[in-house]
Design a protein around this ligand. Structure first.
Ligand SMILES: NC(=O)c1ccc[n+]([C@@H]2O[C@H](COP(=O)([O-])OP(=O)(O)OC[C@H]3O[C@@H](n4cnc5c(N)ncnc54)[C@H](OP(=O)(O)O)[C@@H]3O)[C@@H](O)[C@H]2O)c1
Length: 343
């Protein structure tokens, strides 16, 4: 057990997307610092596992709220649940977010709207509801998980990048509106990070996933947590991400979009990244794959996005147990051979 930080032991942090990837690591940062936690995600089994794990390892209260932030009204329901429990949320972390890979004309409209609902409407609604209470108390902190993707148009991930541009603009505007209060808004901009994100987005066969070094979710979360505690308005995690953001600013939208496109195109490197090394993200991935019987995509809600291009429905679900040998070209091929190359 970590030592108790007396200052925080009656404080609560509400974290969306806390069962996997960056959100899970953020939850650990708060727990280490003795914050009590309210964890939000859709999958109740994973929520309970993570709740038990955090309770066991840290002497804090952990309350799971299973909610699907694709659904209209879900943010309001989360807010009402915390009120009914009599909890004051001292820190709000809007981490849950998803993307969908593919040419805009091919991705499903239903999926695009779900992503907008999660990344924009859910984040905006939770911010408004909890921020009003924070303003009444003149105290509080909000961490908005944005992305490097919000600093450039991103062909083949166009809707996702546009939602993250919203997050960055919105967060910077609120930080300025609140400058004379004790409330701070911090935007975190990770670069490509080793989580289940790429699996849910059907983005695993791209140059970014297969050929670049992915950041560690622990490091990204630590950067975000430290910046949040200092009340900084923006934190770009990692030197590579800082360089990308700087270049995007310098090059302007046409050239940075052209660069982003190259990174999002299919990769033929069969030896690259296949499964997340990050354990909580790998567990998330396996759960979703086993539920849906598919090797990629976010199908946990039981809704198949019908007009999503299906690269190869005959491929087996990839798990730790049947992971092909990365050095063997033929067995290592898990991917997008059939995906349309957008060149
Ligand atoms: N990984 C990257 O390369 C990267 C880079 C920049 C920014 N980001 C941002 O970082 C944030 C976290 O992503 P991650 O990479 O850590 O992904 P992840 O490993 O896929 O984790 C996503 C988390 O969000 C939850 N979630 C997903 N859809 C949800 C929904 N509809 N309602 C409620 N919860 C939902 C998931 O749990 P359930 O599945 O149980 O709902 C999970 O806890 C996102 O905002 C993402 O855009 C990621």
């Amino acid at each position: 057990m970590e030592p108790v930080n007396v200052e925080n032991r009656n404080k609560y942090a509400l974290i969306t997307g806390a069962t996997s990837g960056i959100g899970f690591e953020l939850a650990k940062c708060f727990a280490k610092d003795s914050y009590n936690l309210i964890l939000v995600a859709r999958n109740e089994d994973r929520l309970n596992e993570v709740t038990n794990e955090l309770k066991k390892n840290f002497s804090v209260e952990v309350t799971p709220i299973a909610k699907n932030l694709f659904a209209p009204g879900s943010a309001e329901e989360i807010y009402e649940e915390t009120r009914k429990m009599g909890i004051t949320v001292d820190v709000l972390v809007n981490d849950a977010g998803q993307g969908e890979w593919g040419p805009f004309i091919d991705t499903s409209l239903e999926r695009d709207l779900d992503i907008i609902h999660l990344n924009i409407i859910g984040l905006l609604s939770l911010t408004k509801l909890f921020l009003r209470d924070m303003v009444r108390r003149n105290e509080g902190k909000i961490l908005q998980v944005g992305s490097e993707a919000g600093t450039t148009p991103m062909p083949l991930l166009s809707v996702y990048a546009a939602t993250k541009a919203f997050v960055l603009s919105f967060s910077a505007a609120l930080a300025e509106e609140l400058r004379d209060t004790n409330i701070t808004i911090t935007a975190l901009l990770p670069g490509a990070t080793d989580t289940d994100f790429f699996h849910k987005a059907g983005q695993e066969d791209t140059v970014t996933y297969r050929e670049s070094e992915l950041a560690s979710p622990e490091v990204v979360a630590k950067d975000g947590y430290e910046a949040l505690m200092k009340g900084e308005r923006k934190i770009i995690s990692g030197n590579k991400t800082k360089l990308h953001v700087w270049m995007n600013d310098l090059l302007g939208s046409k050239m940075s979009a052209s660069n982003a496109r190259k990174l999002n195109e299919p990769s033929h490197n069969t030896a690259g990244e296949k499964l997340p090394q990050h354990e909580a993200s790998l567990n998330e991935r396996e759960y979703i794959s086993q539920q849906s019987g598919e090797r990629d995509g976010d199908l946990i809600t039981g809704r198949k996005y019908k007009d999503r291009p299906d690269p190869d429905s005959n491929e087996p679900v990839l798990t730790k147990e049947n992971l092909p040998d990365a050095t063997n070209e033929s067995s290592g091929k898990v991917g997008s051979g059939q995906r349309q190359d957008s060149n």
